[in-house]
Write a protein that binds this ligand. Structure first.
Ligand SMILES: Cc1cc2nc3c(=O)[nH]c(=O)nc-3n(C[C@H](O)[C@H](O)[C@H](O)COP(=O)(O)O)c2cc1C
Length: 202
């Protein structure tokens, strides 16, 4: 029963190692075109896309994320209300490792990063998440690897960076996707068994 779409969904992987090649602009546009076809409440299409392809800029953004993580860790008591996960020791250790790494383990030296921004409004984040999934699947179908970068959300903590990125006042980062041609495709991450995730009501 498997068709091309289901195959693409099942074979997609989060890619964290990229070749040095840039992604041609028309391919990025094609991928964002697919995002525009995502469903949205009342067909509101609440998304806007910011594409960063300047590698120096991407590196700077990566350093900024690390800076913000360090700031949070320094005052973790104050941040615990906004980020309850900071109560977990394993996460604290992980964040410390991420923030102090000299490598770009935020955007993985990707040649392109797409920010999906939106105004905070009912279901806008959900719609943007649909657009983000379209991006990752369309990218995969064209041989481009992608990874959703949740860490990019920390950029919101620096208003100047948001302004430099051209994020209008009152907008939020709904999703961020790093993209490039895969240098390594990892094994599939395990999925929970289907039976345990479904409850049938007939
Ligand atoms: C909302 C969200 C945030 C994520 N944030 C990150 C991130 O900051 N860094 C990262 O390397 N992967 C991130 N991921 C990717 C997940 O780690 C990945 O999807 C998961 O491990 C399953 O692997 P797969 O996508 O290859 O199936 C994120 C995924 C989602 C949906």
């Amino acid at each position: 029963m498997e068709n091309e779409i289901i195959k693409c969904i099942k074979e997609r992987r989060s890619i964290r190692r990229f070749k040095d090649d840039d992604i041609p602009e028309e391919i990025i546009e094609e991928i964002i075109e697919a995002a525009r076809y995502a469903p949205s409440p009342e067909n509101r299409q609440p998304w806007r896309f910011i594409v960063v392809t300047n590698r120096h800029r991407i590196k700077e953004l990566s350093n900024e994320v690390k800076k913000q993580i360090k700031r949070i860790l320094k005052n973790k008591w104050r941040w615990k209300r906004k980020y309850p996960e900071l109560r977990e020791n394993d996460l604290l250790l992980f964040l410390r490792a991420v923030a102090s790494s000299s490598k770009d383990i935020i955007f993985y030296n990707a040649p392109a990063v797409i920010f999906i921004i939106t105004k905070p409004f009912t279901f806008n984040i959900e719609a943007c998440s649909c657009a983000a999934q379209n991006i990752m699947l369309a990218a995969w179908s064209l041989g481009v690897g992608a990874c959703w970068i949740g860490f990019a959300k920390f950029l919101e903590l620096n208003k100047d960076v948001m302004e430099e990125l051209g994020v209008p006042y009152g907008y939020t980062i709904a999703a961020c996707i790093a993209m490039g041609y895969p240098a390594r495709v990892p094994k599939a991450s395990p999925r929970k068994p289907l039976a345990g995730t479904i409850k049938w009501i007939d």
